[in-house]
Design a protein around this ligand. Structure first.
Ligand SMILES: [Cu+2]
Length: 152
């Protein structure tokens, strides 16, 4: 009888550990914007899904193709859309954050190479729960929105 209870305790502990390991954000449809040769900056977009009961945030990123990676949003200032650096991108519990042209994005600043359609680049994302994800994402052509990136 004592042994049974002991085993059950171990089982619960093991399950708790595995659910913590899965407390990761699922990244879907990630891609970076193709830019003309010589362009210094680009951006990447994606869908971040959070299956957990508590919110988590994307807090930073890095890539071997950019000197600096920042988290940005667009804000409407007197009818003009401008980019702003933000501290984090929240992904609500059981919810998602959609990074898309004209909205939230992961900014790639100081490109070390041209981002041509069909290329793949690496992108590392770090989250507020301490987890990180090493992604390889495709470079795609994105129509419109480029003029909003002027202020850099
Ligand atoms: Cu930006």
């Amino acid at each position: 009888m004592i042994k049974t209870w002991f085993n059950r305790g171990l089982l619960v502990a093991a399950m708790a550990t595995s659910s913590m390991a899965m407390a990761e954000v699922t990244v879907k449809d990630a891609y970076a914007r193709a830019v003309p040769p010589g362009q210094m900056n680009s951006a990447s977009f994606m869908m971040l899904n959070n299956d957990e009961e508590k919110s988590v945030s994307l807090v930073s990123g890095s890539s071997s193709v950019a000197k600096v990676v920042e988290l940005h949003n667009h804000i409407n200032e007197n009818g003009v859309m401008k980019m702003r650096q933000i501290e984090k991108i929240d992904i609500p519990a059981k919810g998602m954050a959609h990074l898309q042209p004209g909205g939230l994005h992961v900014m790639l600043i100081g490109l070390k190479k041209d981002l041509m359609e069909g290329d793949n680049i690496d992108l590392n994302l770090e989250f507020s729960d301490g987890s990180s994800q090493e992604l390889t994402i495709p470079v795609k052509k994105v129509m419109g929105g480029m003029k909003h990136h002027k202020h850099h």
